[in-house]
Design a protein around this ligand. Structure first.
Ligand code: NDP
Ligand code: 2IT
Length: 450
């Protein structure tokens, strides 16, 4: 039986790879889901008869476009823009935009694919999408970022809308970029609508949206710990990244009485055994969000260690929160984490652990919350921002945070429902994949062959 199922996974993947050559991250994301879903389909043949898996792995629409803009020297620059409209079975396409030089079709398709299941898990009516550009915001002036962003939106605006496709932020896209994107959309359409989330508080944004992904990842870790009668209090935490998700993950860890000892960026990581307290975190936020500097400066300021070109997974910790990017924990690093006593991994980033690292977590039966469950708090509050925009009301900080917290608990319960094994171990990968799949698949069945 196991061999037959493996064969079915391989056969399915052979088709996906043939159709989408060279898109290795997309293959990786699809395989992880298919490994969970194929055994489930054996017991639920209605989905295979309707070729749901084949349809889910095929984007509804892929947009690719030229983004020309003038730099500060008056020279023309050309980037490539993308929007993957992956699945609209349960709501308008929803997902972030990533501006990073590594962006390509395969990376955005993996992210859009993950988003379909993640958005379904939030319990809110959002389909899945993702977009972005190979534009590198690093070292660009505000003026250049604005020029690029306006040009990007000058094409994207015709494809999106509050009931069609609602982008948001991701790597390299934060409050500044969402502001420029919103301004250009409004100008082109002559319409003030909730077409983007992550907006400023004064112009339709939701309180807690900036905090939501990081807070949600820690809420999820707390829920996992509860299943073993434990909590975040007193835990030593290794965090990677130092952007939006990492910053608010640290803030929530501090609220829970845990101690974060690392942060990183693409140059290396800092190790601060004394812990990144509120004052140091305020420094990081200013350094990263205003000065747009490097994390190395933290080590200089606080006299701690900076390890160049390395990731923080060799540090002794109880909990690891990967919050930077995909494939940032390899098999060796997963083994080292566990050898050093780490027994909780809650993913703030999308697909930060390579498949072999996930195998290590599962074999050692640690508490492992995959990104599509653990980082769903960001898009969940985006969904709440859409609700507030439709109502033309804004909720208080406490109200949004309470809803976020409840959604993370519900996602945990869904993972538990679909992922608990006979020995009681919660296989959160299966739980998240099957739990996310069912609602989308049933909606696709109900809507006919589209
Ligand atoms: P930011 O741009 O705010 O921060 C990204 C951080 O990760 C930076 O510290 C950056 O370092 C580091 N990083 C990015 N790329 C690499 C790389 N190739 N190698 C090493 N470090 C890297 O992004 P976010 O915090 O928003 O996103 C982080 C992760 O969380 C991503 O995987 C994203 O998809 C995911 N996520 C984000 C959500 C959100 O609401 N923002 C929601 C759900 C998931 P440097 O400055 O050197 O590039
Ligand atoms: O990966 C993600 O879930 C995000 N970048 C957030 C998407 C959103 O629409 O808020």
């Amino acid at each position: 039986m196991a061999n037959l199922l493996e064969q079915k996974v391989d056969d399915f993947m052979a088709k996906v790879i043939a159709k989408n050559p060279a898109e290795v991250e997309f293959h990786q994301a699809v395989r992880e889901v298919v490994e969970s879903i194929i055994p489930f389909l054996e017991e639920n043949p209605k989905y295979s008869e309707a070729k749901i898996l084949d349809r889910i792995a095929e984007p509804e629409r892929v947009l690719m476009f030229r983004v020309p803009w003038l730099d500060d020297q008056g020279k023309p620059q050309v980037n490539r823009g993308f929007r993957i409209e992956m699945n609209s079975a349960i709501g308008p396409y929803k997902g972030g935009l990533r501006f990073h030089p590594t962006v390509n079709l395969g990376i955005l398709k993996f992210l859009a694919f993950e988003q379909v299941f993640k958005n379904s898990l939030t319990t809110l009516p959002m389909g899945g999408g993702k977009g972005g550009s190979d534009f590198d915001p690093k070292g660009k002036s505000d003026n250049e970022v604005m020029k690029f962003t306006q040009s990007f939106m000058s094409e994207l605006f015709r494809h999106i809308g509050p009931n069609t496709d609602v982008p948001a932020g991701d790597i390299g896209v934060g409050g500044r970029e969402i502001g420029f994107l919103f301004g250009q959309y409004k100008r082109l359409r002559n319409e003030f609508t909730g077409v983007l989330t992550g907006k400023g508080r004064e112009w339709g944004g939701s309180l807690i949206r900036p905090e939501a992904t990081g807070y949600g990842t820690v809420y999820f870790a707390e829920e996992m710990l509860k299943t073993r009668g434990d909590s975040m209090k007193g835990k030593i935490v290794a965090v990677s990244g130092s952007g939006n998700v990492a910053q608010y993950a640290v803030e929530k860890c501090n609220d829970y009485g845990a101690k974060c000892v690392t942060l990183s960026d693409s140059s290396g990581y800092i190790y601060d055994p004394a812990g990144i307290d509120a004052e140091k975190l305020a420094y990081v936020m200013h350094l990263k969000n205003v000065k747009r500097g490097r994390i190395q400066e933290y080590a200089q300021k606080y006299g701690c260690q900076f390890v160049e070109g390395e990731r923080p997974w060799g540090v002794k910790c109880d909990v690891a929160l990967p919050c930077a990017t995909q494939n940032e924990v390899n098999e060796e690093e997963a083994k080292t984490l566990i050898a050093n006593g780490c027994f909780v991994v809650s993913e703030g980033a999308n697909m930060p652990s390579v498949p072999e690292a996930i195998e290590v977590y599962l074999e050692k039966k640690i508490l492992y919350g995959p990104g599509k469950a653990a980082n769903a708090g960001g898009v969940a509050v985006s969904g709440l921002e859409m609700s507030q925009n439709s109502l033309r009301l804004s909720w208080t900080r406490e109200e949004v945070d309470a809803r976020l917290h409840q959604i993370m608990k519900d996602i945990h319960a869904t993972c538990q429902k679909y992922g608990t094994q006979p020995d009681g171990f919660i296989h959160y990968v299966n739980g998240a994949n099957i739990g996310g799949f069912v609602k989308v698949a049933d909606s696709m069945l109900a809507q006919g062959l589209v």
